[in-house]
Write a protein that binds this ligand. Structure first.
Ligand SMILES: [Zn+2]
Length: 66
């Protein structure tokens, strides 16, 4: 077995609302919703070239136009 150095780096991202750091699990999936531990804002994980980035999740109930 190849004994690769085990650097499982967690993806860290910053909350757009309060600038807190949000850790993204290495087994996270695209489209998963993560919540900021500080302000409770929800973000959708979006895959980018360099891991994941956070995209503000659509707030349910915001679209009253139907
Ligand atoms: Zn936040």
């Amino acid at each position: 077995m190849i004994n690769k150095e085990d650097d499982r780096r967690e993806n860290m991202s910053k909350c757009e609302e309060c600038d807190a750091e949000i850790s993204i699990p290495s087994d996270a999936l695209e489209g998963e919703i993560v919540t900021c531990p500080e302000c409770g804002a929800s973000f959708e994980l979006e895959k980018s070239s360099d891991g994941f980035q956070l995209k503000p999740a659509q707030t349910v109930g915001e679209d009253w136009g139907q």
